[in-house]
Design a protein around this ligand. Structure first.
Ligand code: AMP
Length: 549
């Protein structure tokens, strides 16, 4: 398999304003369909793209349209037809987001079920992009409320779906009303005959864009997926991590912003996670990779671009928090596990809307991705017991038990070996398992609480504690308050009178910060900080809740 040569958004000939909007959305690079469609549409060609939802097709047509709108012309210049009202609204929202820095983008979704007079008023007000279902669009055209004489671009989005919904005649009627000089872009997952005929009749030398359908080979690893519909996706991930217990995992997200917010939520739940994306400096990247390689951080949350250049030998799990927008990316991602003959696990979270993408990945890789039931709390506990037994076996095999044998023999005169072992297990496990159970139940209940107060929650039985000899403090100000690590070091050093170099790792989040200070200084630091301000904010420091074992 050859990797698709990578193109950047800047290479595509987009304006600064568009690049800025894309940057804010956290997109790092165009998807294959975007890379190929945008250039062709900017050049004015008609295109037929075989692409379905979840491939980034909306931006593929919206970006060139936005680029080419004439700000002086207050009349519909682009017309997008969609099969459903839901999609019309989504496309309109996407135009808003992509056109954020182009002042003149005025878009209107029109669809049945919405009061027509509102739509009429908006249309008179100088809308330049209209998105809607063919039925409602035709309605407006026939009433004379939608003028198409200035239309330069027509997009047929999900054409095969429109065909299935019986819209083909309406589409033809609309196309006939638009200027012959218009450019037409057709997006469809499949190409049934009526759609191919439509293309033949109404399009001029269309350029075809298909995403290569060559069979791809994937490593022999366990590939599973979890349905992530309805409930908070993060909660599902947390449960899956608790159950899968990865020793090292890369968790892939689609955008930089998702990487940041997922990373913060994981850390706030005491999962040992680090984040990696294109905005980090080389020094920051090196630090993150160091923590990941040495196992200090078990989880690496990353975008595809950031992970691409990484030299990572093997990870136990690749987790697709977002399903990739392209099957080839899926193959790249999961190739990071199951290396050198070791067992690998690829876990994908899939929302109902993304089922088709999952099917496409299965088709193109020839691999079966097995659906798994979301583990219950009981499953997690059973898994931990199993894992504990495994650790016990290893401990016995590894030896070095002499200091404890005397104790065991002493008690062995009073009790049977089985009772003795059972009591030791109870002491060791009960607390952590009961707490796991409590915590999982609690997480279910308060799943939105983290976002509200951003406070780190206790949560896990595995260790993710402060460095040796250090105590981790929680400070209730963060990036959103304009705080930088230097402010925290300054406050601690000045107020508590301890040298800056004695202060350990500082982790800065949106609404809070975690900072490590030497054990014997923690009380002093807390007392001193209570009487100070950081960036003008009074603070309430406390010892961060310890992780559980
Ligand atoms: P679509 O196929 O247009 O429905 O897009 C699917 C999802 O991918 C949407 O949530 C988009 O915001 C997102 N998306 C589109 N293009 C990119 C990109 N280049 N990088 C990251 N995410 C993207």
């Amino acid at each position: 398999m050859t990797a698709t040569p990578t193109t950047s958004f800047a290479d595509l000939g987009l304006s600064e304003a568009t690049l800025q909007a894309i940057g804010e959305l956290g997109y790092e690079e165009p998807t294959p369909i975007q890379a190929r469609t945008i250039v062709k549409m900017l050049a004015g060609a008609d295109v037929i793209a075989q692409a379905q939802t979840g491939t980034g097709k909306t931006a593929a047509f919206a970006l060139p349209i936005i680029e080419q709108l004439d700000p002086e012309l207050r009349a519909p210049q682009a017309l997008v037809m969609t099969p459903t009202r839901e999609l019309a609204v989504q496309v309109a929202e996407a135009f808003h987001a992509y056109g954020k820095f182009h002042k003149h983008v005025a878009i209107l979704p029109v669809y049945g079920g919405q009061p027509i007079d509102r739509q009429l008023r908006a249309l008179r007000g100088g809308v330049n992009v209209v998105v809607g279902t063919p039925g409602r669009l035709l309605d407006h055209i026939q009433r004379g409320t939608l003028k198409l004489d200035q239309v330069r671009t027509v997009v047929l989005d999900e054409a095969d779906e429109m065909l299935d919904m019986g819209f083909i005649e309406d589409i033809e009627a609309i196309l006939k009303e638009t200027p012959a000089t218009r450019r037409t872009a057709l997006f469809s997952a499949t190409m049934p005959t009526p759609i191919a005929n439509l293309a033949k009749q109404y399009m001029r030398e269309p350029q075809r864009i298909t995403i290569q359908a060559e069979q791809m080979t994937v490593p022999q690893i366990r590939q599973i997926y979890y349905e992530a519909g309805g409930r908070d996706k993060f909660e599902i991930l947390a449960r899956v991590l608790d159950f899968e217990m990865p020793t090292s995992a890369i968790i892939f997200c689609r955008t930089k912003s998702e990487v940041d917010s997922l990373g913060e939520r994981l850390v706030a739940r005491a999962f040992p996670a680090e984040t990696l994306h294109g905005d980090l400096s080389q020094v920051q990247r090196d630090r993150v990779m160091q923590r990941f390689r040495t196992g200090q951080a078990e989880l690496l949350v990353a975008t595809d671009v950031a992970a691409r250049g990484l030299d990572i030998e093997h990870v136990s799990h690749v987790i697709n928090y977002d399903i990739p927008l392209d099957p080839e990316i899926y193959v790249h991602r999961i190739g990071r596990t199951g290396r050198a003959g070791r067992t690998g696990n690829a876990v994908t979270l899939v929302t109902p809307r993304e089922r088709r993408q999952l099917n496409m990945i299965e088709r193109m890789t020839g691999a079966k991705i097995q659906r798994m039931r979301l583990p219950t709390v009981a499953d997690v506990i059973a898994r931990r017991r199993e894992s504990f037994k495994e650790t016990l076996r290893e401990t016995i095999t590894n030896g070095g038990l002499e200091p404890y044998l005397i104790m065991a023999e002493d008690l062995g005169e009073e009790f049977s070996p089985t009772d003795l072992a059972a009591a030791a297990f109870k002491l060791l496990l009960d607390q952590s398992l009961v707490e796991t159970e409590d915590t999982l139940a609690e997480q279910q209940q308060d799943r939105f609480e983290d976002e509200r107060d951003g406070r780190p929650r206790r949560g896990r039985t595995r260790e993710f504690g402060p460095s040796q000899g250090m105590t981790r403090l929680y400070i209730d100000v963060g990036r959103d308050d304009g705080v930088r690590p230097a402010d925290i070091v300054g406050a601690i050093a000045n107020e508590a009178g301890i040298p800056g170099r004695a202060i350990g790792a500082i982790e800065l989040f949106e609404s809070f910060a975690l900072v490590e200070v030497p054990n014997n200084m923690s009380e002093k630091v807390i007392r001193a900080l209570r009487h100070t301000t950081i960036r003008g904010r009074k603070i309430a420091p406390s010892i961060a809740r310890p992780p559980r074992r």
